[in-house]
Design a protein around this ligand. Structure first.
Ligand code: NAD
Length: 290
């Protein structure tokens, strides 16, 4: 079995896989590969697959499969798998970090000290305690966020059309989440149904000064409506790990807006998570025979 590692995984993975098959690490060897290991960087499109005549299995280390053309894989009898459970805690912890950064003025406090300023009086913090967190999507990651928000004694509500109940959140309508939340975190996959679901009309329903945290996919939010809501300060802060492309285009408006806190799509990048993803891939391939 020839296993091509196309994206970045834990450095121990090639050695761990070497007892299962021949490990390839150069994308020019795609034509020989039986198995392709990707994260979010490699885009598995029709054109890409045309260069992979032997491919039988694609494993996406992580959750979202929006970088894989599943129909094109199905047409070529290529199985597509992912490792959805591994990343939940890693992404949830980043969502919490993003949610805590704004009320604690962490970026401003840190940068001002670096500039030699002492803004003890000027920097006014607020608390998450007793604020309402509204989650949009409460699957694996959403549940881990809700659990952590409960520990901060937040009021936790969630909208998810496919979930009836959750131990950490009261399931409510989307309208209720939008109208009641001080903080909104987004945890849906990117699908035809969720693409652009947060649009101008949804922003208008939100509280003034709401904080939005997005660790799901950028395109769940309609871009122009987001820019408008930030410029008018309807949103106090948009804290995001996700972008329309990795990296976003040069001069992308969010990069220079003052009320945006940003990370370069590192939600799944914890050391522990990369090890968990590696474990899962070894488990899958140990049980795979071609
Ligand atoms: P999941 O499938 O466990 O949960 C997603 C939830 O969204 C489900 O409960 C589903 O019912 C719900 N949902 C679907 N359509 C909806 C809609 N229209 N409105 C509200 N809810 C809806 O997935 P997960 O493991 O929690 O991951 C969620 C997403 O997070 C992934 O699809 C991926 O896009 C993103 N993600 C990002 C990173 C990162 O690095 N930032 C890492 C992993 C995952």
């Amino acid at each position: 079995m020839k296993i091509l590692i196309a994206d970045s995984f834990d450095p121990s993975l090639p050695k761990r896989l070497s007892s299962i098959g021949e490990v390839l690490t150069d994308i020019s060897q795609l034509k020989d590969a039986d198995v392709l290991l990707i994260r979010s960087k490699t885009k598995v499109t029709e054109d890409f697959l045309a260069g992979a005549p032997n491919l039988k299995l694609v494993i996406r280390g992580g959750v979202g499969l929006d970088n894989v053309d599943k129909k094109a894989c199905e047409k070529r009898n290529i199985t597509v798998m992912n490792t959805p459970e591994a990343s939940s805690v890693a992404v949830a912890e980043l969502a919490m970090a993003l949610m805590l950064a704004y009320p604690n003025r962490l970026i401003e406090a840190h940068n001002s000290m670096k500039e030699g300023k002492w803004l003890k009086k000027e920097i006014k913090r607020t608390e998450l305690y007793q604020k309402t967190l509204g989650l949009i999507g409460i699957g694996r990651i959403g549940t881990e966020v809700a659990k952590r928000a409960k520990a901060f004694e937040m009021e936790v509500i969630a909208f998810d059309p496919y979930i009836k109940s959750n131990p950490y959140a009261k399931i409510v309508s989307l309208e209720e989440v939008l109208k009641k939340s001080d903080y909104i975190t987004i945890h849906t996959p990117l699908t035809d149904e969720t693409r652009g679901m947060i649009d101008q009309e949804k922003f208008a329903m939100m509280k003034d000064g709401v904080v939005i945290v997005n660790t799901s996919r950028a395109k769940v939010i309609e871009e122009t409506a987001l820019f408008d809501a930030l410029r008018s300060q309807k949103i106090a802060c948009y804290a995001t790990d996700v972008w329309p492309s990795d990296p976003p285009p040069e001069g992308y408006p969010l990069l220079s807006m003052p009320n945006v806190i940003m990370t370069p799509h590192i939600g799944a990048n914890s050391k522990e998570n990369l090890l968990r993803i590696g474990d899962k891939i070894v488990e899958i391939l140990s049980n795979t025979k071609f």
